[in-house]
Design a protein around this ligand. Structure first.
Ligand SMILES: [Cu+2]
Length: 152
C-alpha cells in the first residue's frame, strides 16, 4: 500500500515533458502511382507549443523546407537537407506547411499543427494556393481542412 502511494505521488509530481513526434520521409518504388511514391509519413501531426518533431530520412534528394507564407509570423523557417535525423522545436502556435523541395511536385507535402491553428490558417491557405504545386494542392487543402476542423 505504501508503495502504491509512492508511485501515485511520483506520477502526480512528474513534470510534463515536451513531446517529440516523428515524421519520416519515405520513398516506395513499388507503388504504381507516382503520387504515392514520395511521402512524409505521417503527413499531418498535431503538437503543442514547445513540442518537437524529429524529421527522419532527409537524405539523398529529400529535403524538409517551410512553404513560403505557411508558417506563423516570427517563426523560423525550416530548412533541412542531408540529415538522417534532425529535431525541430515548434514554439509559436499555428500551422506550418512543409515540403520536400524535390518531390513536392509529386505530393510530398506535410502539415504540422502547433496548438491553435486559427492563428494563421487563413494566411496559410491563401499561401498554399500560390506556393504549393498543382499536384500537391488538393492534398494540402485537405490537410488544412483537417486542421481547421480542430478549431473550437
Ligand atoms: Cu523528397
Amino acid at each position: 500500500m505504501r508503495l502504491f502511494f509512492l508511485i501515485v505521488t511520483m506520477i502526480l509530481s512528474a513534470p510534463t515533458f515536451a513531446e517529440t513526434k516523428v515524421i519520416e520521409q519515405v520513398m516506395d518504388m513499388n507503388v504504381e502511382n507516382i503520387d504515392k511514391m514520395y511521402q512524409f509519413i505521417p503527413d499531418y501531426v498535431e503538437i503543442q507549443p514547445g513540442d518537437k518533431v524529429l524529421f527522419k530520412g532527409t537524405v539523398g534528394s529529400h529535403t524538409a523546407h517551410s512553404i513560403q507564407g505557411m508558417l506563423p509570423d516570427g517563426a523560423k523557417p525550416i530548412m533541412i537537407s542531408g540529415s538522417n535525423a534532425q529535431e525541430v522545436s515548434f514554439d509559436k502556435p499555428g500551422v506550418y506547411g512543409i515540403k520536400c523541395k524535390v518531390h513536392h511536385r509529386h505530393g510530398m507535402v506535410a502539415l504540422v499543427v502547433v496548438g491553435d491553428p486559427s492563428v494563421n490558417i487563413v494566411e496559410a491557405r491563401a499561401a498554399a494556393k500560390k506556393r504549393v504545386s498543382r499536384r500537391s494542392q488538393q492534398k494540402m487543402q485537405d490537410l488544412l481542412d483537417k486542421a481547421e476542423a480542430t478549431i473550437q
